[in-house]
Design a protein around this ligand. Sequence first.
Ligand SMILES: [Zn+2]
Length: 294
Amino acid sequence: MIIRIFLLLSLFFYAFPATAGVKVLTSILPIHSLASLVTKGVSEPDYLVGGGFSPHSYTLKPSDIKKISQADVIFIIDKDFESFLSKALEGREEKTFFLSKIPGIKLLPLSDTATINDSSDFSGYDFHLWLDTNNAENILRYMSQVLSTKDPNNKDIYEKNVASALQVLSKQTKDMEASFLDYKEEPFLVFHNGWQYFTSQNGLNVKGSILAHEEVSLSIKRRLQIEEQISEEGIKCIFSEPQFSNKIALSLAKKKELRIEEVDPLGSNIAPGAELYYRLIENAVSAMKRCLRH
Ligand SMILES: [Zn+2]
């Protein structure tokens, strides 16, 4: 009899694990990290664009299509950001959640950073919105709401997880903003214009980006413009990014005697998981301070 009860019970738990949760899929690693903070102890979210890949040039693999069809909830930033997903998400509207549409999320227009951008005909939003830690806080709250609706059994865990993540993040934000107080004057250039959320949150003196929106290389004309700007504005620091070849940045740095540091908006060199977002911000803060030192 006891054995039979045990067998029945184990069958029951096999079919209905207590913390089954829902299958969560995300696009890029920072968003995967935020989702992992929310689902800690319930489920492991998955992602599409791993380390070494850029969402600006990603193409879906057959294994990605499988992940998309098996997911219960998909968190992406915007259909204009993860444009590689637009076809695959057709007909999956009810399980797709756009972070750019969260009420109260800070959205900056693309044109603001492009001070040295020739192609001024483009107007739209800059979707690198996760690089503002206040937006990350909003995303955490939103994810918890969505998951609590889809998976009410684990609502308490999601809410507890978010409360403790918000505590860590708001302390990190305070420390970050305070630590930049002495670095606000130094003019600098970023590599691609994905950093305005970070630089505007911290009040940094960014003068533009080396590459304009969607650009992958520099024309000779643009290169000369940038060299001129570097001299005129007294720029002594530029940033490279692992998703782009650092050839342009290195040769500019050498010619104009600039300090150069790498900053990574995607956290490609950090182990994927809940802690990645904190490390990404930490790394960006220290790289920026090394480059902006007086
Ligand atoms: Zn980008």
